[in-house]
Design a protein around this ligand. Structure first.
Ligand SMILES: NC(=O)c1ccc[n+]([C@@H]2O[C@H](COP(=O)([O-])OP(=O)(O)OC[C@H]3O[C@@H](n4cnc5c(N)ncnc54)[C@H](O)[C@@H]3O)[C@@H](O)[C@H]2O)c1
Length: 283
């Protein structure tokens, strides 16, 4: 099946990145969010990214305009009636995603694949909200989407071979390298990454080290490009907490207990870069 029109639900840091790589691959994109200001912010980020690429001579001004011209803004879910494939990249909350998938199931044509960029919520549980569970799949992009090569493709129990093959091929069309993961909490990436980030927050909580020393140890000692606390700020502390909750609920093992300090930051609205304050402060 050829994907000509591609829908993205959520224009936040992941949604706008996914919309950008899709439009750069030549497909028409409808990018939806709950309010115009969020969609405009997403378009603003894409424009800034593309301008940077023009500045570096990676793309021409005509390419930039063509990419932007392929992205249509939407605050009406019904716009998804016209697309051939949807990726949902809304806030990491199970009730919210369940509702979105029930609505997409009503609006999208029956043959349309409904993918989710969830970081941790089981694909099977999301699929069960629809009457097309065989057409539901995880398409987990990494942050920042235009830069990171990986897409984790997650098959739920009911996901069909056809859905899997179309999603795999689409990831490649977007210039990404897909990896297959099965449907267990956190899949591969966050089952490994997030407990490490949570442990770094525990180190801060217990006073084992300062934020700078914790990050320095992992950068210079383990050769990570970013320290875990700076990475948590990039991901968003609300998303980190939601992933730890899913691991904790899914495995019922105390090693996945979210650090109380992480919860405290989220409760204070210190969500990382996106709110200007997390473990570090941002302008
Ligand atoms: N941040 C990361 O590093 C990262 C990496 C991979 C996957 N993810 C996943 O991607 C998803 C989005 O994360 P993000 O970091 O972009 O969050 P974000 O907070 O930057 O953006 C979420 C967006 O979803 C919108 N939204 C909320 N409800 C909606 C609805 N009903 N319809 C349409 N839009 C709605 C919000 O207005 C917001 O703009 C989450 O599932 C997250 O787990 C995040």
């Amino acid at each position: 099946m050829e994907i000509k029109a591609f829908g993205v639900i959520g224009a936040g840091q992941m949604g706008n990145g996914i919309a950008q790589v899709a439009a750069m691959s030549g497909v028409d994109v409808v990018m939806n969010d709950i309010a115009t200001e969020f969609v405009e912010k997403g378009i603003g980020t894409i424009t800034k990214n593309l301008d940077r690429s023009v500045g570096k001579g990676k793309i021409s001004k005509e390419d930039r305009d063509a990419v932007l011209g392929r992205i249509k803004s939407s605050v009406d879910f019904k716009d998804m009636a016209s697309v051939d494939f949807v990726v949902e990249a809304a806030t990491e909350r199970e009730d919210l995603k369940f509702k979105i998938f029930r609505d997409l199931d009503e609006i999208c044509r029956p043959e349309v694949i409904l993918a989710t960029n969830t970081s941790s919520i089981p694909i099977g549980r999301i699929a069960a909200q629809t009457r097309r569970p065989e057409k539901v799949i995880g398409m987990h992009f990494m942050n920042p989407v235009p830069v990171m090569k990986l897409v984790e493709v997650i098959r739920g129990l009911p996901t069909s071979d056809d859905t899997f093959e179309v999603t795999w091929a689409l990831s490649e069309k977007f210039g990404k390298t897909p990896a297959l993961a099965n449907d267990y909490p956190g899949f591969i990436a966050n089952r490994i990454l997030m407990p490490m980030i949570n442990e770094a927050v525990y180190c801060l909580y217990h006073g084992v080290g300062t934020r700078e020393d914790i990050d320095m140890v992992m950068k210079l000692g383990a050769n990570h490009p970013m320290g875990p606390l700076a990475l948590a700020d990039l991901i968003g502390l609300d998303t980190c907490l939601a992933i730890m909750e899913t691991l904790n609920d899914g495995f019922k093992d105390s090693k996945y207990r979210p650090c109380p300090l992480l919860r405290k930051y989220v409760e204070a609205g210190w969500l990382g870069r996106k709110t200007g304050r997390g473990f570090y402060e941002y302008k």
